[in-house]
Design a protein around this ligand. Structure first.
Ligand code: SAM
Length: 177
């Protein structure tokens, strides 16, 4: 399954830390790519550094208009999943989502444009209370992949964690800089 993420909405610029965390969760929870509008270019550098150290090919792409990407992905047979507290309860749609081939997950920032509700194939609520795009995204990605994302390894990593009961065990590939 291909899973990509796009962050939309106003005040994204003033929300660097949350935007970075949306990107980090996307990468660590098995999405391949994130599209972002109006963000600080340093966020891409941060993710590039994370890829270099911890592996994988997660991509950050800056875009001008979220609507263009959503429409383009619809034409490419992606299903659009908009995370919204007003949407259908995740417990009722997770099974259907697991059977989709390609997903573009839309997460909002401060104020979400009305149009996205109509463009989405699924409006999904992670519960129907307001909380955070970071938690909503993490839970959605986990429900779709049923935890299997944590069994995947990230290729070409300089550092690899060997899970241990206590302390830290990190394998370092000295051939990579
Ligand atoms: N009041 C804003 C609006 O216009 O809808 C929502 C702002 S909220 C801080 C930012 C984003 O978090 C939302 O756009 C949505 O993607 C996500 N979010 C927050 N609560 C959620 C929930 N219960 N289920 C799914 N997504 C949620």
């Amino acid at each position: 399954m291909v899973i990509e993420v796009v962050r939309i909405g106003q005040r994204v610029v003033r929300d660097d830390r949350v935007t970075t965390h949306v990107a980090l969760v996307s990468r660590a929870f098995g999405a391949q790519k994130i599209f972002m509008t109006e963000v600080n270019p340093e966020i891409k550098d941060t993710l590039d550094k994370i890829n270099k150290t911890w592996g994988g090919n997660f991509t950050v792409e800056f875009i001008d208009k979220w609507k263009y990407i959503v429409k383009k992905k619809k034409e490419e047979n992606y299903k659009i999943v908009h995370l919204s507290m007003y949407g259908e309860n995740i417990n009722d749609v997770q099974e259907e989502l697991r059977n989709e081939e390609n997903l573009l997950i839309v997460v909002g920032a401060e104020k979400v444009p009305r149009e996205i509700y109509e463009l989405a194939d699924y409006n999904v609520g992670v519960g129907n209370q307001p909380h955070s795009e970071i938690s909503a995204l993490g839970i959605l990605l986990d429900r779709i992949q049923r935890g299997r994302q944590f069994e995947k390894s990230f290729s070409n990593a300089k550092r690899k964690i060997i899970p241990t009961k206590s302390g830290k065990n990190v394998q370092v590939d000295e051939t990579r800089d």
